[in-house]
Design a protein. Structure first.
Length: 133
C-alpha cells in the first residue's frame, strides 16, 4: 500500500512538472524564449510547446500583426496603431516596453514626428498611425 501511494505521488509530481513547463501557442502569437538567461529563440508555430525545466524560460507571449493601443495624455486620448517588427528588441529594449511606449506618445503629444518613429523602431515597433479621439 505504501509503495502504491509513493508511486502515485511520483506520477502526480511528474504530471505537474510537465504541465508547468508546457505552453499552448495560439495562431497569430509568438513566444520569446531564454535559455540559461540569454536569448535563445522565437517560437512562432501554433501548438503545444515543451520547455526544459530550469534551463528554458518563456519570457513573453506577443501577438503578431497590427495592434491598437489607447494612450491618455493630458486629458486627450490618442489611439496608436503599431506592429511589433522585432520581438527580441521589443522584449529586451526596456523592462516594460509598452509603458515606455506610452511615455513616448505622451511626450510627443500624439504627433508622428521623426524622432518618435525612430525611437519606436529602436524598441522593435513600427508606428503606423496616431489619431486623437
Amino acid at each position: 500500500m505504501e509503495i502504491l501511494l509513493g508511486l502515485l505521488f511520483l506520477i502526480v509530481l511528474f504530471a505537474v512538472f510537465i504541465l508547468l513547463n508546457m505552453r499552448v501557442l495560439k495562431q497569430g502569437h509568438l513566444i520569446v524564449v531564454e535559455r540559461l538567461g540569454s536569448f535563445h529563440r522565437i517560437i512562432e508555430e501554433p501548438g503545444i510547446h515543451f520547455f526544459i525545466p530550469f534551463v528554458d524560460r518563456p519570457l513573453e507571449t506577443l501577438k503578431k500583426g497590427t495592434l491598437v493601443r489607447e494612450v491618455i495624455a493630458s486629458s486627450t486620448v490618442y489611439v496608436c496603431t503599431f506592429e511589433i517588427i522585432d520581438p527580441k528588441r521589443f522584449v529586451y529594449a526596456y523592462p516594460d516596453t509598452l509603458i515606455e511606449f506610452d511615455k513616448m506618445i505622451q511626450g510627443g503629444y500624439g504627433t508622428m514626428s521623426d524622432p518618435l518613429v525612430e525611437e519606436c523602431h529602436q524598441m522593435g515597433i513600427r508606428l503606423m498611425d496616431i489619431t486623437q479621439r
